[in-house]
Design a protein around this ligand. Structure first.
Ligand SMILES: *Cc1c(COP(=O)(O)O)cnc(C)c1O
Length: 390
């Protein structure tokens, strides 16, 4: 009989189209598609969802990481050339953001969770170190709590690149009143989320920056809108006069988000927990189907303390044939990914080549299997069938 096999991509976003269009229509009918209105509503809903104190909606995670470093540099008087400890296994946004601010990325090695290793971080701390940039790989928090402790002990700012972590929850924290499951992010001085098109909460492009400190949140709202401070005059003119007048105390950026993206985000957020549960089910199925393949080692997740958003399903191909496996899958219209190429392979970071042996080794072994909400168990079986031929 006729059998039509669809190709299986590593990521495919799922949008609730009708609901999203209704939400966007509200903006267009009102004549308010820019900053304010839905961006404020989304910030409030995000704070409710995460229990984080502050949230400011932006164009992307990349600009958020830049603003995080820019805001801290300004607030705490960091100098050009000061050091930020970071990971070589990440999307280049993480490390480019450090360069944007003329700070120096100092690469530490990763652990078995593909996240920064606390031990390696400690070895990299110098008198110039100001911050640690931690990436929650695939939604996994790795040893984030230990890293948070090290940062506090050494007076370093902890910046969480939470691009993969929309919906990653802490398990069972006793807060005095009882056990709760707060969202990841409270461990860091600032957490930056991505709502890019293929992330767990897809919009098209947008992100959220969540500072612990209210003053930083206030400053970042100004810096994300060219440094414009509207408050000074609106506060001093009760009669509504001088509404047109504003102060510009800083050279800021045009990085804030808009109401169209926020409308998409507001709808997608309603489904995030449900979507992430489905991702974890796919991951569990993969691990079950692959358990007898001794050369495929799924990346472990720090299950005991966190429930991952499961943005990725990653494994190590330990038989030395990772590239051949990718080619074989591609020949069968299955398109895996690699997260990520070791950033020290790129010219702007190659001064750190050879300094992170574990990350360098994983660079040759990592594969990300397709994981998205349009997959079913048959798709997983098809992927694994080809891996097993390997
Ligand atoms: C996607 C991603 C980013 C960048 O997010 P944008 O919203 O596209 O700017 C940063 N870091 C990591 C780890 C990512 O996966």
């Amino acid at each position: 009989g006729f059998c039509y096999r669809m190709s299986i991509n590593v990521f495919v976003p799922k949008f609730r189209t009708d609901e999203i269009l209704d939400e966007i229509k509200i903006c267009l009918d009102k004549g308010w598609s820019g900053m304010g209105f839905k961006t404020i509503e989304f910030e409030e809903k995000w704070k409710e969802f995460t229990s984080l104190q502050n949230a400011h909606f932006l164009q992307s995670n990349t600009v958020g990481l830049h603003l995080a470093l820019h805001t801290f540099k300004k607030m705490y008087g960091w100098q050009d050339g000061d050091e930020v400890i970071t990971t070589p296994l990440t999307f280049v946004s993480t490390n480019h953001a450090i360069l944007y601010e003329k700070l120096k990325p100092v690469f530490a090695d990763v652990d078995e969770y593909l996240c920064l290793s606390p031990k390696s971080i400690e070895k990299r701390i110098t008198s110039k170190t100001k911050a640690v940039m931690f990436v929650g790989m695939g939604g996994n928090a790795g040893r984030l709590k230990a890293v948070s402790r090290i940062c506090k002990e050494n007076n370093l700012k902890l910046i969480l690149d939470a691009a993969h972590m929309a919906g990653t929850k802490t398990k069972n924290i006793f807060d005095g009143a009882g056990y709760t499951t707060p969202h990841v992010g409270w461990e860091a001085d600032v957490s930056v989320f991505s709502f890019q098109a293929v992330k767990n909460l897809p919009t098209a492009d947008s992100g959220m920056i969540c500072f612990k400190d209210k003053e930083c949140d206030k400053l970042v709202r100004q810096l994300s809108w060219l440094g414009i401070d509207k408050d000074t005059f609106s506060r001093t003119s009760d009669d509504g006069k001088y509404k047109w007048k504003y102060d510009v105390p800083n050279v800021g950026f045009k990085y804030h988000g808009n109401s169209i993206m926020a409308s998409i985000g507001l709808v997608q957020l309603k489904y995030l927990n449900e979507d992430n549960k489905k991702r974890r089910e796919i991951a569990t199925l993969y691990s079950e189907l692959l358990k007898d393949v001794d050369w495929f080692k799924p990346i472990t997740i720090s299950h005991h303390t966190y429930q991952s958003a499961q943005h990725l399903y990653q494994g190590l191909v330990t038989n030395g044939k990772r590239d051949e496996l990718i080619n074989e899958l591609t020949d069968n219209e299955i398109y895996p990914g690699v997260h990520y190429i070791d950033n020290t392979n790129y010219p702007m970071y190659d001064y750190a080549k050879g300094t992170c042996p574990k990350a360098h080794k994983y660079n040759e072994q990592l594969i990300t299997l397709p994981i998205h909400l349009k997959m079913n168990s048959y798709d997983c079986e098809r992927v694994v069938e080809i891996i097993k031929r390997g």
